[in-house]
Structure formats: structure tokens, C-alpha cells
Design a binder for this molecule. Structure first.
Ligand code: PMP
Length: 362
């Protein structure tokens, strides 16, 4: 079967070139006579793969030397707990900006460890998440140990168009669905974390970029595996890391470098998003409720004028090789996730399909 354009929010498409290279190296990585999945994580072959992946990520994101890059497990969901456990550092309060479903989960988990001040709740008026607040709207507290936000909310497709200014507090960001999609000034953050399965590689790997000075003062009772220091001191090899996912992420980093790095990807990503939103806005048949300035480049939710047609849309799209377009149940309608590995032709094909579908059923 030909490869489809898979619009899944995650696990999501990987670049075909990366999968082909992995296939070539499957039985014998670089003359080792082994698949990477069969290697000891402490052997020199895997250590070189791991170090190269970290070096490439550092180069791609221009990560300053005073940040550790951790290759962890447990998903972004584990970071919802690890962040307060490691960053409270004697404090008892944290500020959270709430712009979507994932932020809500992060807050729920943080409340197990501290008082949470919701510095802005974007759903307060309408019950829905359709925009991000401006800097002036943030109600930050003087005694918060850190400030957490979700630059891109994957389910609602709401993306911040600026980096919140939080003074000398560490800014913590769940970058799961927007990391590597556009340039980021890492130095503005205390912690950046992301599950890999959207824009980095396969599921099972979680990347954490943590400023040095925030490591080493976990709350009492923090499990060893939840202490950033455990992983920072051991180069993410305290226990067996997700070796094959780490290797595939490394291949993705090399692919990104070959493509011209993050600025080049950002140009393509913006073009893809602009095309898709233009198709939605240019028709009365499709709609997206998000404030224009906050529309996500990565996750594009949209509804059809008649939700009775949703099932037909999904079935006909699948026939056309466009899969996994069903929106999250909490939002309804469709969602097209168009991460780095979604080729521009995939978006062109979706836009053409949408016009055809409207002609036929609108
Ligand atoms: N945060 C965001 C923004 C996400 O999109 C997701 C996954 N969809 C998560 C957290 C949860 O990630 P994981 O499944 O890796 O725990």
C-alpha cells in the first residue's frame, strides 16, 4: 500500500527518509552487526548515537551550555508532576496559564503538590478555549515558584504568539506539539518539555531541557526517577533509556539539519498553515473558532457546517489517502495535525479534497 498522509495528533507521521534509513540500518547499524534496539545502552555504539542526537538537538535549538538536555520516559504527562516536584524549591505556590485541555491536566496534577494560581483562564467566559491571553491580562503572583504555560494546545489548536514575560521566575513550557516547528529562544525558559511522538520521533521518549540552577532541590519524597538530578548526573542513563526512540529522534534531528534547520522548517510550516486556514476561512462550509493571532501552525481543528456529514467526510478522506482527521471528542469536527514531517503536498491534497467535498455535499 502507498503511504498515506496521516494527520494524527500523535503518534504522528515521521519523515519517509528517516524510516528508510532506519530500515537500511535495521539488521546492522554501522557495521556493528546489531539493530540499535539490541545494543547495550552503555556500549560505545549506542553512547555515540546518544551523544550525536543531543549535540544535533543542541545545535538545532541553539540550547545554551547552562541547560541540560534530558532524554526521559513517562511522557509529557509525567512532567506535569516532575515540574512542581523539582521547581517548587521550598515554595508552595505556582502560576499556571490555562489555554486548553492539556494545561488543565497540568494544573490538576500540580495541585497535588502546591497551591495553583490560575493566572488566566481562557475558558472562563465561554467555557471553551479559543484564544490566548495578552501579557496585560496575566494575573501573576509575587510569590509563585514558577510560571507554567502550554505554548500550543494540541486539542483546541491554540498557540501563543509571544513568550510571556514573567520577571525572574522560571518559565516552564509544555512544548509537546510545537517543539522544533519554529525558532525558540531557550534562554527565556527555566524548563522546556515535550513528548516525542509529535514532532521529534516515536512515542516513549520525552525531552526535557532544564536550566542547571533549577536542578537538585526536589520536594521531600520525590521518587529517584522523578528527580531531574538523577538523570542530569547520569546523562539520562541512570536506568535503561528508550534507546530505539532516542536513535530515531536522532535521525529526525539529522533530517531537520539537512532541510536547513528550524528557520527553514518554520517557513514551510507557516506556508502549510496559511494554506489550510485560507481554505477554511474562504468557505462557509468549514469553520475554525480560534482567534486569528492564536491559530496553531501544528494542529488545525475545523468543523463542517453540518456535523451529520462528519462520518462521510472522514470516510471519503480516507479513500483519498488522508487519514486520522477526526477531531478530539471534546471539540468535535475535524483536526488536521501538520507537524514537520507532514509534507506540503499533504496539505495541498487536503485542501483540494475539502473543496471537492464541499462541491459534492455543501
Ligand atoms: N501536553 C500536550 C500539549 C500534549 O499534546 C500531550 C499529548 N497529546 C500531552 C501533554 C501528553 O503527552 P504524553 O502522552 O506524552 O504524556
Amino acid at each position: 500500500m502507498a503511504r498515506v498522509f496521516n494527520f494524527s495528533a500523535g503518534p504522528a507521521m515521521l519523515p519517509a527518509e528517516v524510516l528508510e534509513q532506519a530500515r537500511e540500518e535495521m539488521l546492522d547499524w554501522n557495521g556493528s552487526g546489531m539493530c540499535v534496539a539490541e545494543m547495550s545502552h552503555r556500549g560505545k555504539e549506542f553512547m555515540s548515537i546518544a551523544a550525536q542526537a543531543e549535540a544535533d538537538l543542541r545545535e538545532l535549538m541553539a540550547i545554551p551550555a547552562n541547560y541540560k538536555v534530558l532524554f526521559l520516559q513517562g511522557g509529557a504527562s509525567s512532567q506535569f508532576a516532575m515540574v512542581p516536584m523539582n521547581l517548587l524549591r521550598g515554595g508552595s505556590k505556582a502560576d499556571y496559564l490555562l489555554t486548553g485541555s492539556w494545561g488543565k491536566k497540568a494544573i490538576k496534577e500540580a495541585k497535588r503538590y502546591c497551591e495553583v494560581n490560575t493566572a488566566f483562564d481562557a475558558s472562563a467566559e465561554s467555557g471553551k478555549f479559543t484564544f490566548a491571553p495578552s501579557q496585560e491580562q496575566l494575573n501573576l503572583s509575587a510569590d509563585a515558584a514558577f510560571v507554567h504555560y502550554t505554548p500550543n494546545e494540541t486539542i483546541e489548536g491554540v498557540e501563543f504568539d509571544y513568550v510571556p514575560e514573567v520577571g525572574d521566575k522560571p518559565l516552564v513550557a509544555d512544548f509537546s506539539s510545537t517543539i522544533l516547528s519554529r525558532p525558540v529562544d531557550v534562554s527565556k525558559y527555566g524548563v522546556i518539555y515535550a513528548g516525542a511522538q509529535k514532532n521529534i520521533g516515536p512515542a516513549g521518549l520525552t525531552i526535557c531541557i532544564v536550566r542547571d540552577d533549577l536542578i537538585g532541590q526536589p520536594v521531600d519524597g520525590t521518587p529517584t526517577m522523578f528527580d531531574y538530578k538523577t538523570h542530569a548526573d547520569a546523562d539520562s542513563m541512570y536506568n535503561t533509556p528508550p534507546t530505539y526512540a532516542w536513535y530515531l529522534a536522532g535521525l529526525v534531528f539529522q533530517w531537520l539539519k539537512d532541510k536547513g534547520g528550524i528557520p527553514a522548517m518554520a517557513e514551510i510550516n507557516q506556508r502549510k498553515a496559511v494554506k489550510l486556514y485560507a481554505a477554511i476561512d474562504g468557505s462557509d462550509f468549514y469553520a475554525n473558532p480560534v482567534a486569528v493571532a492564536n491559530r496553531s501552525w501544528m494542529n488545525v481543528p475545523f468543523t463542517l457546517a453540518d456535523s451529520e456529514l462528519d462520518a462521510t467526510f472522514l470516510a471519503e478522506a480516507k479513500e483519498a489517502g488522508l487519514t486520522t482527521l477526526k477531531g478530539h471528542r471534546s471539540v468535535g469536527g475535524m483536526r488536521a495535525s501538520i507537524y514537520n514531517a507532514m509534507p506540503e503536498e499533504g496539505v495541498d491534497a487536503l485542501v483540494a479534497f475539502m473543496a471537492e467535498f464541499e462541491k459534492k455535499h455543501g
